[in-house]
Design a protein around this ligand. Structure first.
Ligand code: GTP
Ligand code: MG
Length: 210
């Protein structure tokens, strides 16, 4: 599954955010280049092949509606998605302050979760959507940028309604980060392997000398 050096790679991406921020619109725009206006709130799962740097990669995208009624959402459902995910797209609307606060809470929860190893290193893209509605803006670009900076995430302001290119950047940027994180995990595993075999050698020497 983990393909490096020209091999095929699968990447699981979860798109999260409160209702009506444009999660489905972003995904559909990425997949079809189109904005269709209404999407319903059905849980959806997509598989999409893309070519990055000449390599074909399969993206699995999970679009699940946000359920505020469920108090356990952020603990249970979220963790289930996080375990599946290689990377996250956290979406808010620049016209919806509460949606930004939720993304802010989510990103800090994820980055400080110690119970599941590696969550704090999960590649995340923060997306401020509905940029075309700037006259109704309640969240400044700087706030989004600062949040991303503080949590070591990427940040884009986009309009799923009006622009395909910036939406493309969101997903391609995330795939790049996922690939980088896999390389560093591999490197780390390599270092751990060396340390292990070295300590095995020393342990043997110690017993030999007894
Ligand atoms: N003006 C504008 N409207 C948008 C944009 N993106 C989405 N919308 C509209 O916002 C509404 C919600 O979009 P959805 O994609 O359904 O939002 P969602 O986050 O998937 O919502 P749930 O599935 O209910 O959680 C729809 O009416 C979209 O047409 C955008 O970039 N600009
Ligand atoms: Mg939706």
């Amino acid at each position: 599954m983990t393909g490096l050096n020209g091999q095929r790679m699968d990447a699981n991406v979860v798109v999260l955010g409160t209702d009506n921020v444009g999660k489905s619109a972003l995904i559909v725009r990425f997949l079809t280049r189109r904005f269709i206006g209404e999407y319903g709130d059905i849980e959806s799962f997509y598989t999409h092949n893309i070519v990055v740097d000449g390599r074909e990669q399969t993206l699995n995208i999970w679009d699940a509606p946000y359920s505020q009624q469920d108090p356990s959402f952020e603990t249970l459902l979220c963790e289930k998605r996080l375990q599946w995910a290689d990377g996250l797209v956290l979406v808010y609307s620049i016209c919806d302050r509460a949606s930004f606060n939720t993304v802010s809470r989510l990103v800090h929860t994820i980055k400080t979760t110690k119970d599941f190893l590696g969550f704090e290193k999960m590649p995340i893209v923060i997306v401020g959507n509905k940029r075309d509605l700037h006259h109704r803006r309640t969240v400044l670009s700087e706030e989004g940028r600062l949040l991303a900076l503080s949590a070591d995430c990427q940040f884009y302001e986009v309009s799923a309604a009006e622009n395909y290119h910036s939406v493309l950047m969101v997903f391609h940027g995330l795939v790049d980060r996922i690939r980088e994180s896999r390389v560093s995990v591999k490197k780390l595993a390599g270092i751990k392997g060396i340390v292990k075999s070295m300590s095995a050698v020393f342990a043997r020497r110690r017993t030999d000398s007894l």
